[in-house]
Write a protein that binds this ligand. Structure first.
Ligand code: GTP
Ligand code: MG
Length: 701
C-alpha cells in the first residue's frame, strides 16, 4: 500500500434517503476496484455491507458498514474507506457518526423521487460537519427517472454551487451512456461496468458545452486567479487549472458536483470511483488543522503541535454481534497506530492497549500491521472505551469534538416476560446504549417502569430482537404509563374519629379538617389551625404524616395528590389512648373521606409540540392534532416549511413520530416537551379510575 502520510486515502460516507441505492453503489464500487469478483444484489441478499440477517430480510441497511479497498496499480494506489450508511431515519445516529469521520459525503438521490426528506436531513449534517459533497443521481435506468427536475431541485435547495459534471444521454430503459462535461466525452458503459470514451454526439453537444461552461464558471468563482483567467480567456480555463480548481473547490465546499449512475445496472459506477479517487479530498486536504481540547488545561490544542510519535484516534462506532465479533471502529487523527500501543481514553482516564487492528470490508476483516494518519479501521473491542471517546498518547492528551447524536423522538416502556430477568434485561439494554448512543434507557421512578427511547419504532423493535438473540431475554414493548395527578375541585369538610379498644392499650384520635382546592402548580399545604390545645402540639404533625401517604398514592386512582390545602381546625384526644399512630390513622381516614367528597379529578400531563411540515401536508397534520385532543397554539413559516405549535395530552402522543412520518411520507419532524397539567376529560379519567380499581382487586386476590 502507498505511502503513510494519508495523501492517498479517501474517506467517503455513502448517504441519502432510504432506498436511494447506497448499498448497491458500494457493491458496484467494490466490484470495480477488484475487491470482489461478483457484484452482490439487494434482491439476492449477498451484498458486502448488508450482511446482517435483519438487513437481508428487510432489504434495507440498518447499520453502517465499512468497506475498505485499494484501487489503482502500485505505486499509484489509493485507499478508499467507504462507509455505507442506512437511509431510514431510525438510524440517523449511524449517519452522523459516519459523516463525523468521513471527509466526503457521496449523496445518492433517486432520479425517480428527486430530493426527499432524507436528502435534506443529511445535507444539514454535512453542513454541520463541513463535509465535501458529491451528488450521485441514481436509478437513471428507471423509466420514470427525472434527471433535469432533480438537478433543478438540488440547485434550489442546496445552492448554485451544485454543478452538473455528468448528464445521462439515454435515461430510462436501455440506459447506457453518460456525457461527462469535464472530460467532454460520452462514456458508454458495457454490461461488466467498464466504459469506453466516445465523442459527444452532435445532438448533445450544445448542452454539454453549456454545462461545461457553467461548471467552469463555478470553479472559477472559488478562486481569484481562476476568475481572472476565466474572464481573460473567454470563459475557459486551462485543463490543469480546471482540474486543480475543481479539486480545491470540492474540498472547500464551493462546488457540489453532480454525477450519474444506475447502481443496479452498474452504469456510471466505475466513473464515480475514478472521480472520487481523482477529486475527493484526502484527509489533510479536507481538514488541514484538526483541533481538540486538552483535558487537563481545558484549552484548545491543534494536533499539528503534537509530537510526531504521538497517536490520536477517535472511536465512532462500537459493535458486538455474533456475525462480526466485538469491535471498536476508529479513525486515526494523528500519528500512526501500531498494534500493541498503549493509549489513554481521555474521557475516563483509563489506559487501553490496542492489541489487534483490522481492515474491514463488511463482515470480513484482515489483520493490519499499522494504521496511518487519516485512515479508518477497527480494533478488537476496547474494554473501557465507547463510541465518541478519544484515545491519545500520554505525551499529548486530547479530546476531539464528539459526534452530536440526535435527541430521542419516541418513547416506549419495556417489561421482561419472565420474572427474574429484569437485571439481565437492563444489563443488555445498557450495552446496546453503549453501542448505539441514539438509543436511551431510562428508569421512571414514579411509574416504576423501564423506558426505552430512540429514533423510531423500527430501531426499538430491533433492539428488543437483539436482546432476545444475544441475552436470551424476552421482553415486550408496552405503552408507557402516564403520570396522572389527583386533585379536588370543591372544598370539603370532614370529621373523623379513630377509636379501637380491643385488649391491651386503646387507640384514640379525632380530627376535623377542611380541604381547599389550590391553583395548578401550588402543591400541597398543611395548615395547623388548632386553638385552645384540643389536640396537643406533639400529635399535630402525625395528622400531616397520615395524609402524606396520599401525596404519592392518591385515593382516586393511586396517582400523587397535588394542589390542595388541608386545614386541621378541630379534634379531640384521650389522655391515655392517644398517640402518634392513632392521629396518623385519623388524619389519613379523614383526608380520604374529604377528598372523595370534594369532586376529585384526574390531571393529565400536557405537552408542547412543535411540528415542522411542508405546506402541502399542513391540513393532514392539523386534522390529526385535533383528533388527539390537541389545541393549536400558533403557526409560522420558516425556511419554506410551516411550523405548527400545539398543546397535546401526553396520553395521545404515543408513537406520534411514526404517525407523523406516515402522514407526511417522512417529510415532517417534531419536538416535544412537558408543558403543564390539566384536568383530564371525564371519559379518560373514568377509564383510568376503573383500571386502577381492577389492579387493586387483583392485588387483594
Ligand atoms: N432500477 C434501479 N433500481 C435500483 C438502482 N439502485 C438500487 N436499486 C434498487 O433500489 C432498492 C434499494 O437499493 P439499496 O442499494 O438497498 O438502497 P440503499 O440506499 O442502500 O437503501 P437503505 O440502506 O435502506 O437506505 C433495491 O431494490 C435495489 O435493487 C438503480 O440504479 N436502478
Ligand atoms: Mg443500504
Amino acid at each position: 500500500m502507498g505511502n503513510t502520510n494519508g495523501a492517498y486515502i479517501r474517506n467517503l460516507a455513502l448517504v441519502g434517503h432510504a432506498g436511494s441505492g447506497k448499498t448497491s453503489l458500494a457493491e458496484g464500487i467494490a466490484f470495480a476496484a477488484g475487491l470482489t469478483n461478483r457484484r452482490g444484489t439487494i434482491q439476492e441478499g449477498n451484498t458486502l455491507s448488508d450482511y446482517h440477517p435483519d438487513e437481508i430480510a428487510r432489504k434495507h441497511s440498518i447499520n453502517s458498514s465499512l468497506i475498505s479497498l485499494t484501487t489503482g496499480t502500485a505505486p499509484q494506489t489509493t485507499k478508499l474507506n467507504l462507509l455505507d450508511t442506512p437511509g431510514y431515519s431510525d438510524f440517523v445516529g449511524e449517519v452522523r457518526a459516519a459523516l463525523h469521520v468521513a471527509d466526503t459525503a457521496v449523496m445518492l438521490v433517486d432520479a425517480q423521487h428527486g430530493v426527499e426528506a432524507g436528502t435534506a436531513t443529511v445535507w444539514e449534517f454535512c453542513e454541520h460537519d463541513q463535509n465535501s459533497v458529491i451528488f450521485v443521481i441514481n436509478k437513471l435506468d428507471h423509466t420514470e427517472s427525472h434527471f433535469d427536475d432533480t438537478v433543478a431541485q438540488l440547485k434550489s435547495r442546496f445552492g448554485h454551487e451544485v454543478a452538473v459534471v455528468q448528464f445521462p444521454l439515454n435515461p430510462g430503459d436501455g440506459f447506457s451512456t453518460i456525457v461527462d462535461v469535464v472530460k467532454m466525452k460520452a462514456l458508454k458503459f458495457a454490461a461488466d461496468g467498464s466504459y469506453t470514451e466516445e465523442a459527444i454526439p452532435a445532438s448533445a453537444e450544445a448542452r454539454a458545452d453549456e454545462l461545461h461552461r457553467e461548471l467552469v464558471e463555478i470553479v472559477a468563482e472559488s478562486d481569484d486567479a481562476l476568475m481572472e483567467e476565466f474572464f481573460a480567456n473567454d470563459g475557459k480555463l486551462e485543463e490543469s487549472h480546471l482540474s486543480q480548481g475543481l479539486k480545491a473547490s470540492l474540498a472547500h465546499r464551493k462546488l457540489f458536483p453532480v454525477l450519474c449512475a444506475s447502481a443496479e445496472k452498474n452504469i456510471g459506477t466505475r466513473r464515480v470511483l475514478d472521480f472520487v479517487v481523482a477529486n475527493a479530498p484526502a484527509p489533510e486536504e479536507h481538514i488541514a488543522d484538526v483541533r481538540g481540547i486538552n483535558p487537563d488545561t481545558k484549552k484548545e490544542v491543534s494536533l499539528s503541535t503534537a509530537p510526531k510519535d504521538a497517536t490520536t484516534l477517535f472511536v465512532f462506532k462500537t459493535v458486538s454481534e455474533s456475525h462480526l465479533g466485538d469491535l471498536s471502529f476508529f479513525r486515526v487523527f494523528h500519528g500512526e497506530l501500531h498494534p500493541g500501543t498503549d493509549l489513554v481514553n481521555e474521557s475516563n482516564g483509563k489506559s487501553e492497549r490496542i492489541a489487534q487492528v483490522f481492515t474491514m470490508s463488511g463482515k470480513n476483516r484482515k489483520e493490519a500491521t499499522s494504521v496511518p494518519n487519516g485512515d479508518i479501521a477497527a480494533a478488537v473491542k476496547l474494554k473501557d472505551t465507547h463510541t465518541n471517546n478519544t484515545l491519545s498518547s500520554k505525551s499529548f492528551p486530547v479530546v476531539l469534538t464528539p459526534i452530536e447524536f440526535p435527541a430521542p423522538v419516541i418513547t416506549s416502556a419495556v417489561r421482561s416476560k419472565n420474572k427474574g430477568d429484569e437485571e439481565k434485561m437492563s444489563m443488555g439494554l445498557h450495552t446496546m446504549h453503549e453501542e448505539d448512543p441514539t438509543f436511551i434507557l431510562r428508569i421512571d421512578p414514579e411509574m416504576h417502569q423501564m423506558l426505552i427511547e430512540g429514533q423510531g419504532e423500527l430501531q426499538l423493535d430491533i433492539i428488543v430482537k437483539r436482546l432476545r438473540e444475544r441475552y436470551k431475554v424476552d421482553v415486550e414493548i408496552v405503552e408507557p404509563l402516564i403520570p396522572f395527578r389527583e386533585t379536588i375541585k370543591t372544598p370539603a369538610d370532614t370529621r373523623y374519629r379513630h377509636r379501637k379498644q380491643s385488649g391491651g392499650a386503646g387507640q384514640f384520635g379525632e380530627v376535623a379538617i377542611k380541604l381547599q382546592p389550590r391553583k395548578r402548580g401550588e402543591g400541597y399545604e398543611f395548615i395547623d389551625a388548632i386553638v385552645g390545645g384540643v389536640i396537643s402540639g406533639k400529635h399535630i404533625p402525625a395528622v400531616d404524616k397520615g395524609i402524606h401517604d396520599f401525596l404519592t398514592h392518591g385515593p382516586l386512582a393511586g396517582y400523587p395528590v397535588v394542589d390542595l390545602a388541608v386545614t386541621l381546625y378541630d379534634g379531640k384526644e384521650h389522655p391515655v389512648d392517644s398517640n402518634e399512630n392513632a392521629f396518623k390513622t385519623a388524619g389519613k381516614m379523614a383526608f380520604k373521606e374529604a377528598f372523595l367528597s370534594a369532586k376529585p379529578v384526574l390531571l393529565e400531563p400536557i405537552f408542547d409540540i412543535e411540528i415542522t411540515v411542508p405546506g402541502d401536508h399542513m391540513g393532514d397534520v392539523l386534522g390529526d392534532i385535533s383528533s388527539r385532543r390537541g389545541k393549536i397554539a400558533g403557526m409560522d413559516s420558516k425556511n419554506g416549511m410551516e411550523v405548527i405549535r400545539a398543546k397535546v395530552p401526553l396520553a395521545e402522543l404515543y408513537h406520534y413520530s411514526t404517525r407523523l412520518r406516515s402522514l407526511t411520507q417522512g417529510r415532517a419532524q417534531h419536538k416535544q416537551s412537558f408543558s403543564h397539567y390539566e384536568e383530564a376529560p371525564r371519559d379518560v379519567a373514568d377509564k383510568i379510575v376503573a383500571e386502577s380499581a381492577k389492579h387493586r382487586v387483583a392485588e387483594v386476590e
